[in-house]
Each structure stands twice: as C-alpha cells, then as structure tokens.
Design a protein around this ligand. Structure first.
Ligand SMILES: [Zn+2]
Length: 422
C-alpha cells in the first residue's frame, strides 16, 4: 500500500533509518525471550543443547543454569531430539520524532548433537505520531491458513491497512530499555503497560486527557481499570477521583473502590466528601455498605410481598426448627444454621449467589460459615445423605477456607443426625 498522507510518508522514510539490533538487544532476545532448552532424561541427567554439557539435576524445578556455559536453561523432561521455539521480541524506540514499536520474530532450533541455531527477523513496526495517529509497517502474511502470523520472510516491510491480525501479535516480551518521544514523556509515562499493548497504551496517553490525568495523578490502578473496563463510565467517578487526589489518597484496588462509590451513591451519601471517598479501610467499608444494601433490599422485597413471605417463613420454621441453634466452631471459623427465610435471602444477596431460593428445599439444610461475623461461604447439607452438597463463597467462588469449612461440617454431622431423630 502506498502512503496516503504526510505522516505515513514520514513513517515509511524513517523506517529506512532504523538501526539493526545492538548486540545487547540481540542477546536479550536469545536468552530472555527464547528459553534455551536443557533436555533431562529419567535418571536426572541434563543435556545442555547450547554447549553439549551433561550434568546432574533431578530437582523438580523447570529452570537451571548450565554449569559450563552459564546459559539459563528451560528443562524439558523428554526423549525428544529436536526443539523449536518462535517468539516475539519487542523494542520500543523513537525515530524522527515518531514513536516506534518494533516487533521481531525470534527463532530457535536445537537438535541433540549439533550447535543450536538462533535467528531474528523484524516482521512489524507500529509508528505513532505525537497526536496519537498510528500506522503499521509489516511483512506480508500467508493468507488462508489458520495462523494470522505466517509471515512471508522474503517480502519487505510495507505499509498495511490496519487489520485485526496485527493487533493479535503477542507484544508482552518488551526490551526493558525504551526510548520515548518528548510528547509521551510529558504525559508522565515511565514504564509499565497497565494491561494494554504498547501501541494501545501510547495512543491512549497521547489522545485521551483522562488517561493522561490518571497517570499524572499517580492513580495507576484507576488508569488500569479505565483502560480495561469499558463497562464503567469514568465520568461517574471523576469528581470523587479529584477529591481523592486532593487528599493524597491513592486508590490501590480500583474495582473495589468504584463498586464502593456506586454503593455510596445508592445510599445517598456525599460523593464529594473525603470522609466517604477516602476510607482508611476500604475493604471494611465496602463490605459494610454491601451488607447494608443487602439488608435494605431484602426488607423491601419482604414488605412488598408480606403475606407470601409470612407463609414461607411459617413453612420454613415448621420444617427446619429442629436444627435451629446448631453452631459448629473450630475456634476460628463458625458455622451456624440459618434460622429464617429472611436470613437465607439476605445470605444470597450478600454473597451474590442463588441460595436465596433454597429455603423451600425439603432435603437441604443451609448453614453460613463466618470468621468474626464476616461471611465466608454458604454450606448446603443433604439431610437424607448427611453430606455437604456444596459450599460456596461470594459469586459461587471458593475461599481459602473451603476445605476447612467442609471438614468442620462433616465432623459435626452426628449433631445434625441427632436433630433429625429428635
Ligand atoms: Zn551449556
């Protein structure tokens, strides 16, 4: 494709001035991006495919240094004779006032008994103008295969219309020394990619004031959330972010903080007040509001369907009252039987899972596991089988206490059995 504007023309011209990789850049690709292989046999002997040294290493570790050539080896436990790797090595540099992301395909071929072969070829360049516009120079690719990166190495680096495929190339192995254009330096950017590709991050910083502001304010985790979670509207949080910054408050868990602000808004709290916006213990305040809103919602639902709720409550009491008062503890974790439909519905809302409807299950006993009153998991026991059917934490997940909770309930099953007989 021929250049269509001055910027593309400039990128194509500048491309010819880019130097080959320095020895240090090349060494990095061959030792850090590629992982030279050490082949381990069943008796724990490692054969270094780089220098042919044989040494003993029967640890479980997947990496070790060759005592002869000092190469860091990736250990493969295999009888295989040939090893191949193809990786991408990324170099970030500046040229003629443009930001460049250079992408090299790095190849490794090693065979037992011969010297390994390393090679690299530049396959793609992303050129970014100070205004955030970008274009792509790349080699041609083989069409019609299932791979988007079957490069034709004999083709030249040419201007290509932006396509989906170029964005799919893995750009996670980035050479640690970068050269940046002044416009990018002025955004306050130093390092890190916030879950973005270098191209997307740089373009965002050069074109989006919000991204640049978050970076300048040192709110790294908010920047990460802003760039990665497009379901949230940053404008909803912006006034509170400014309050936080003014009060020297750094948001370390942006997802939880934004969820917390949403709950403050729902509770009618002042989103401009540092008292609410900058909690000393975010985790605790988040949980406190979550429980509060769950209680309000449960009671609202109950009030709206009071006659039917009262019927359910009576039925539940009749079916499960025998088990009320049952509490198991190992001194740390407490597990207790939930004693009303309201408690079960509340548990489901607070834990974001569907236990709320389980009060009508005849064969099930529902218990709540807590530490210091904080909910961990909800336990369902089958009364006919006297077994834990499931134990689930927030959003149906498992906590680190899962096995202990299940064991605690199983150990105390005789107490449940006794209540059935009563
Ligand atoms: Zn070696």
């Amino acid at each position: 494709m021929k250049p269509k504007n001055k910027f593309q023309q400039k990128a194509v011209e500048a491309s010819k001035k880019l130097p080959p990789l320095t020895p240090a850049q090349e060494r990095w690709a061959y030792t850090k991006v590629i992982e030279p292989v050490g082949r381990r046999t069943e008796n724990g002997l490692v054969y270094c495919l780089d220098c042919g040294e044989v040494f003993h290493n029967d640890t479980k570790r997947k990496h070790c240094n060759c005592p002869n050539c000092r190469t860091k080896l990736y250990i493969e436990d295999t009888r295989k004779q040939k090893f191949e790797q193809r990786m991408y090595a990324i170099y970030i540099t500046a040229c003629e006032g443009l930001q460049v992301i250079r992408v090299f395909s790095v190849d490794y071929y090693a065979k037992v008994g011969t010297a390994p072969r390393y090679s690299h070829t530049e396959v793609m360049q992303r050129w970014i103008a100070p205004n955030g516009k970008y274009c792509t120079l790349a080699r041609n690719r083989v069409w019609g295969t299932m791979y988007y990166d079957s490069w034709i190495y004999s083709s030249d680096l040419e201007l290509h219309n932006e396509t989906w495929a170029y964005d799919q190339i893995d750009t996670s192995d980035i050479y640690p020394r970068m050269k940046l254009i002044p416009e990018l330096k002025r955004t306050g950017y130093k390092k890190g990619f916030y879950g973005q590709t270098p191209k997307d991050l740089f373009c965002a910083l050069l074109t989006d004031n919000r991204a640049e502001s978050l970076l300048k304010m040192g709110q790294d985790d908010l920047l990460r959330l802003y760039l990665n979670d497009h379901s949230r509207n940053i404008n909803d949080y912006w006034p509170s972010i400014r309050i936080a910054v003014r009060n020297g408050y750094k948001v370390t868990d942006a997802t939880m903080w934004c969820d917390y602000l949403d709950m403050l808004r729902e509770s009618g709290k002042d989103l401009h007040s540092p008292k609410y916006v900058c909690p000393a213990d975010l985790h605790r305040e988040h949980d406190r509001y979550m429980n509060k809103l769950a209680r309000l919602e449960t009671d609202r639902e109950i009030a709206e369907n009071l006659p039917s709720y009262l019927r359910k409550e009576t039925a539940y009491r009749k079916a499960k009252a025998n088990f009320f008062g049952l509490v198991f503890s190992d001194g740390h974790i407490d597990v207790r039987v939930l004693e009303s439909v309201r408690e079960i519905v509340l548990e489901g809302k607070a834990m974001h899972h569907c236990v709320g409807s389980y009060h009508s299950k005849a064969d099930s006993l529902i218990l709540s596991a807590t530490i210091d009153g904080k909910r961990l998991e909800t336990v369902e026991v089958s009364l006919s089988k006297l077994q834990v059917i499931q134990s689930r934490g927030v959003c149906n997940g498992q906590t680190e206490y899962h096995d202990r909770i299940v064991n605690l309930v199983n150990r105390n099953m005789p107490l449940i059995r006794k209540r059935i007989a009563a």
